[in-house]
Structure formats: structure tokens, C-alpha cells
Design a protein around this ligand. Structure first.
Ligand code: HEM
Length: 415
């Protein structure tokens, strides 16, 4: 795959604080501007201690007995940064409780000691009380060398279920991808700004920045198999991140739920804002299907600011239409190169969905090989979304009008 030359900064119209309004950062993208908090104030020490012991408690199947004895703590004094940490801890505890014995059974009542503060913290953050991508990946890391970059080799997780290299790597790859995506965020805003002003050179420069970011994201995605083994992922990592969509759970003592079982989806990369934002910026559309319905629901699981960023990009001027109508070959080429890379990303991702889940041997009914965390038969739909991405490549005709409804030349890694 060719590397387009980088054309650095044509950002004059998009300011730094534009991203901060969306809880995003020009250097870190959707990762928090400050490294995630590593410990809550002393009065929450019991949450910290049990969470630190979670790998051992899961291995000995003692999560349930320990959490049943936990007192109910009041999270109302927590600051925003502390709320993110509390959400992370309670999400790991809640999922440990429900899925401790996943091979035989799911626990369908979360005790008040976890359920009540989890619900309160989730309400404040505007997300459901379930483990989501934000707690599993975005807020769950530290740097080994605190002055070094956020990249593979310098990222360690703050919290694990069982722990071990494969779990650590699976999540670290997601975090590293988010870090690589950072330059694309401001470039998406700047590219739309350029369209609004009719400034083709600025649009082209920003599309090059987006291209470089997707290329770097793709390079990280390729590294997943280095340290994450498919068998270990399927049998030791995935079981604990399932949600409660197939096995509704009661949140004991949460008045708003009045004892009614609740269904929430589990953690998935589909709750990352970066790919939908790229789809929106590049005008990649997916015809109605079950996965698209599910992907729209995943927005409720994203941090509120990230959702707002996505909405802003979706309501912005169409980069694709501008490129198409301009008849500018160089603009079209860089646009097409971006779409081509998103397709390559989806093709590799589909390969992983097949190897890490679909081709694994299923044990019991709670960790299925055919349905994703959202309950969709994911192979069929992930394929469709890859193909729909390829179909957005713009034709090479002189007028610049019309799409080429065939797949582009084989993307690297395409199955
Ligand atoms: C071994 C690695 C991975 C596996 C097995 C995997 C599996 C899946 C599955 C089964 C789905 C279908 C929807 C669902 O049920 O949630 C999905 C969706 C998705 N995943 Fe992953 N995933 C992996 C890595 C990643 C990474 C590193 C990212 C990067 C952010 C990512 C981003 C996405 C996105 C954006 C979707 C929504 C579908 C789309 O827009 O094409 N995944 N994933």
C-alpha cells in the first residue's frame, strides 16, 4: 500500500478547544487528555482492593461470595475523573459477578453493593451500567515510561479479568489504535470546514492527514496475532466481556428498575467512535441491516462527548460530494485512498472475527461462535459492511460523477 506524503498542518480554521468540547484531544484522540486515574480516594479502598484481586477471585470462583459482603458506598462525592475510574472498577466487579461461572451459568441478580453505586455512576456519565469500551479500553491504561508515547510496548492495563499476555495485548491494541487515530479527528473537522469554504487544497491536505492516521491504525491492527492467541481470546478473555442482552439481570436495590430484569449489550470495539466517525466523514453508508441497527444502539454506550463529535461530523458538509463534484483527480485519489484503507481495516477485522470467534469450538451456551455481543450473526454483516466500504470508491471518469460499484484492487490482508 502506498504511503501518501504527509502535508502537516492546514488547521488554521479548527482550534484545539474544538476537540476538547467533545472530550477528545488533538494528541490523543478519544483517549482521555490526562492519563487515566489509577486509584480512587481512600474511602473507596475496598473497591480497589477487590478489583486488584479479581484475577485470583475469578480463578478460585470467589467473586460472588466476596461481593455479597461488600458495603454499599455512596459515589456522589466523586469528581468526573474519579467517576470514570469508579465506572471501570464497578464494571469489572459486576461482570466478574455475573460471568464467574460462565461455562455453566450466568448470575442474574447483581447485589445492591455493586448495583446501586454502578447505576448512580452510570447515570452521571450518561451510559448504561454495564462494561463498555470506554471502561475496558479508553480509561484502562497507564504508561510504563510515563514520559514515553502511548504505544504498544509502553501500555499496561490498569485492570484485568484474568490477566495474562493475551488479554493485555487484546486491549492494548485497541488503545494503541485509538492513539494513532488522534490526528484524524481534527483533520475531519478541518476537512469539513474546508468543504464549507470551498478550499480544495486544504481539503486535500486534511484528507492526507486522515489517510496517514488510518494507515497507522491499520498497522497496529495487523499486530493483534503477535501476542493474542485466538483460543485464549475466545476462552479466557471474551467470556467476561459479554453483556446481559441474552441473560437479563436484576440490579438489586436500584429503585428506577423496580426489580425488573435489565438487558444491556456487552463490550465491543463497535463502541469505539473512531470507525463510525471515519464512515461519517468519508460518506461511507451502510444499507439497513441488523448490524447497522445494533451499531446505532452502540452510540448510547459511547462517552457523551464522543457521541456529540460523531453527530457533528454526520451533520457537517459532505466531503464525498465535494470531491465528486470537483472533478479534481488528485483530490479524488486521496479520498479513494482513505476509503480503500477503511476497507482494508474492515477486511482484516473480518478475518479476526472469523479466526478468534467463528472458528472456535463453543463450550456451553453463554459464549457463542455465531453471534456477536450484540446478538447479530456477525460474519454475514461484517462482510457486507466491508463490501459496502469498497463500493464508495469514486470512479475515475473525467466529470468526476458516478461511483464505481465494484470492489477496488485487493486490499492487503483481504480474505
Ligand atoms: C481479535 C480482535 C477482534 C475481534 C475478534 C473482533 C470482533 C468483532 C465482532 C464479532 C464484531 C461484530 C459486532 C459485535 O457483536 O459487537 C465487531 C465489530 C466491530 N469491531 Fe471488532 N473485533 C476485534 C478487534 C477490533 C479492533 C482492534 C477494533 C478497533 C477499534 C475493532 C472495532 C470494531 C468496530 C468499529 C466494529 C463495528 C463494525 C464495523 O463498523 O465494521 N474491533 N468486532
Amino acid at each position: 500500500m502506498s504511503t501518501l506524503p504527509d502535508s502537516s498542518s492546514r488547521y488554521s480554521h479548527v482550534r484545539h478547544d474544538d476537540l476538547h468540547r467533545y472530550a477528545a484531544d488533538p494528541e490523543r484522540g478519544f483517549l482521555p487528555s490526562e492519563d487515566p486515574l489509577r486509584r480512587l480516594p481512600a474511602e473507596f479502598a475496598i473497591w480497589e482492593e477487590i478489583a486488584a484481586d479479581l484475577p485470583k477471585l475469578l480463578a478460585t470462583q470467589r467473586v460472588r461470595s466476596v461481593l455479597r459482603r461488600l458495603p454499599i458506598l455512596d459515589p456522589s462525592s466523586l469528581t468526573w475523573r474519579e467517576l470514570d475510574r469508579a465506572m471501570l472498577l464497578l464494571s469489572f466487579l459486576g461482570h466478574g459477578y455475573v460471568w464467574e461461572r460462565w461455562r455453566e451459568t450466568a448470575q442474574t441478580l447483581i447485589p445492591a453493593s455493586v448495583a446501586i453505586p454502578w447505576y448512580q455512576v452510570a447515570q452521571k456519565l450518561g451510559r448504561p451500567p454495564v462494561l463498555s469500551y470506554a471502561s475496558y479500553a479508553l480509561d484502562n491504561w497507564r504508561r510504563i515510561d510515563e514520559a514515553g508515547p502511548i504505544e504498544l510496548g509502553n501500555i499496561a492495563l490498569l485492570q484485568n479479568f484474568l490477566g495474562g499476555l493475551d488479554e493485555e495485548w487484546f486491549v492494548a491494541v485497541h488503545i494503541a489504535i485509538e492513539a494513532q487515530a488522534a490526528p484524524a479527528l481534527r483533520a475531519m473537522l478541518a476537512a469539513q470546514d474546508a468543504v464549507a469554504r470551498g478550499d480544495a487544497p486544504s481539503l486535500e491536505a486534511n484528507l492526507r492527514t486522515i489517510h496517514a492516521a488510518i494507515e497507522a491504525m491499520y498497522a497496529i491492527l495487523l499486530r493483534m496475532p503477535e501476542n493474542c492467541d485466538p483460543y485464549i481470546y475466545f476462552n479466557r478473555v471474551r467470556p467476561y466481556i459479554h453483556g446481559f442482552s441474552e441473560t437479563p439481570v436484576v440490579y438489586e436495590g436500584v429503585e428506577a428498575y423496580a426489580g425488573r430484569p435489565q438487558t444491556f449489550y456487552g463490550e465491543t470495539g463497535a463502541q469505539s467512535t473512531i470507525v463510525p466517525a471515519l464512515d461519517a466523514a468519508l460518506g461511507i453508508v451502510h444499507s439497513p441491516d441488523d448490524l447497522r441497527v445494533y451499531l446505532n444502539k452502540m452510540r448510547d454506550y459511547m462517552p457523551v462527548g464522543h457521541r456529540a463529535f460523531l453527530a457533528r461530523i454526520e451533520s457537517g458538509p459532505s466531503i464525498r460530494a465535494f470531491v465528486q463534484e470537483s472533478g479534481d483527480a488528485s483530490l479524488r485519489d486521496v479520498y479513494n485512498a482513505c476509503v480503500h484503507l477503511v476497507e482494508a481495516f474492515r477486511a482484516k477485522h473480518l478475518e479476526y472475527a472469523a479466526i478468534y470467534i467463528h472458528k472456535q469450538a463453543q463450550h456451553g451456551s453463554y459464549n457463542t461462535t455465531h453471534y456477536g455481543t450484540g446478538g447479530t450473526p456477525f460474519m454475514k454483516y461484517l462482510k457486507k459492511h466491508r463490501d459496502e466500504t469498497a463500493q464508495q470508491i469514486l470512479a475515475r471518469n473525467e466529470s468526476g460523477v458516478g461511483d464505481r460499484n465494484v470492489a477496488p484492487e485487493a486490499a492487503p490482508g483481504a480474505p
